[in-house]
Ligand binder design. Structure first.
Ligand code: KG4
Ligand code: ZN
Length: 363
């Protein structure tokens, strides 16, 4: 069975074809267009900028996913020629739609303008192509990104702990079974990704901030490391599984305002901030896995691209015989493959005319 997954909850527009066989999930194509370059000058996602770009790219992105999965059948199709005009799926490749069994769409949480573009496109295609439409919670999609390319999928043993760390979310979730999720902790203020983005801006680094913080932190030399002062680990001692990142961000602001030579300290501050954030994320996740007797941790969301987070989580977990799964970098950020992947397990088709965007959707 093959599902076309469509993702447009924030500034990415994704379409992918994922195939499920008896042993697992394989990606046939996974195309993502991001408006991050357009957002750079604003230092964050401007919803209107994201949505206007998505209107232009969504059809070409879906076309590209179809062609990459099934071939253009002799028709000369130019990859990357996106957004020049609003067009229907080209008549040259319309026959490819017969190879798709269902369409999956992330219907929330996210920005309402972005959500509507993905949703209305998916609804229209489901009606015209006469395919089942499967609604997927974007956060659940981040969890199922881990299932892609893991063979056999029977390796995943419930219960499991999910950690979703993105620009919009920092959630710890107990996964009791497919479609049985319980939110056990969340952020009380900023999300982890938001904190990375804001701290990057304070340090004069560009958007998105996570990769920038990671890059400059890696430039830290040993002499500067010794000078670096530690930042607080907010709520690390609390028994619950909630997070808070705004105090950590304020600590960075205060440090920067006291320094006469900020430039010379950027890598030390970035590194210390990264260490503090990762310590809290790892500590709470491991404690949750122990408390609920979980032998697997599934990570998801853009911040999982962070190398320190991946390695520290794996190190701590392996000492307790807990296995950590984290998607490859291109599956950690928003993409259509994770939406298609989730649709195979959480299922449930819906009448396209009844499906509505849900910007505040949670577990
Ligand atoms: O999941 P995602 O692509 O979009 C949302 O749903 O929000 O996550 C984007 C977030 C941004 O805040 C970005 O700064 C962060 O993921 N991020 C990282 C890294 N790469 C992306 N944070 C830390 N380290 C990274 N290497
Ligand atoms: Zn996301």
């Amino acid at each position: 069975m093959k599902i076309l997954g469509i993702e447009s909850t924030c500034d990415e527009t994704g379409a992918a074809i994922v195939e499920k066989t008896s042993i697992g999930l394989t990606i046939l194509s996974n195309v993502v267009a991001s408006s991050a370059i357009l957002q750079k000058k604003y230092g964050g996602v401007v919803p209107e900028v994201a949505a206007r770009d998505q209107v232009k790219v969504i059809i070409p992105v879906i076309e590209e996913a179809l062609v990459k999965a099934f071939g253009a059948g002799g028709w000369k199709w130019e990859v990357g020629k996106r957004g020049e005009k609003l067009d229907s799926i080209s008549s040259h490749i319309s026959h490819l739609t017969s190879k798709v069994d269902a369409i999956a769409i992330s219907y929330g949480p996210g920005l309402i303008g972005s959500l509507l573009i993905g949703l209305e496109t998916a609804k229209a295609l489901a009606i015209v192509w006469q395919k089942p439409l499967i609604p997927v919670n974007h956060l659940v999609g981040h969890i199922y990104a881990n299932f892609v390319g893991q063979f056999p999928i029977s390796n995943f043993k419930f219960p499991m702990i999910g950690l979703i760390v993105s620009g919009g979310h920092t959630d710890l979730v107990l996964i009791k079974n497919h479609n049985k999720f319980k939110l056990i902790g969340t952020t009380l203020d900023d999300s982890a990704g938001e904190a990375f983005d804001k701290v990057a801006r304070i340090l004069g680094l560009s958007y998105p901030g996570g990769p920038e913080i990671e890059r400059v932190a890696q430039q830290l030399t040993i002499d500067k490391e010794q000078l670096a002062e530690k930042f607080p680990r907010p709520m690390i001692k609390r028994e619950d599984f909630d997070f808070s990142f705004s105090g950590l961000k304020t600590a960075v602001v205060n440090r920067v305002s006291q320094l006469s030579d900020v430039k010379g300290q950027i890598s030390a501050i970035a590194s210390e901030f990264q260490k503090a954030s990762v310590d809290v994320l790892v500590d709470k996740t491991i404690r949750a896995a122990q408390k609920f007797n979980c032998k697997s941790i599934l990570m998801g969301g853009g911040v999982v691209a962070n190398t320190l987070l991946r390695s520290q989580m794996t190190d701590r977990a392996s000492r307790l015989s807990i296995q950590v799964f984290s998607p490859s970098k291109n599956l950690s950020v928003d993409n259509g493959a994770m939406i298609a992947a989730a649709a195979f397990f959480v299922g449930g088709k819906i009448d396209p005319l009844k499906l509505q965007a849900d910007p505040g959707l949670h577990f």
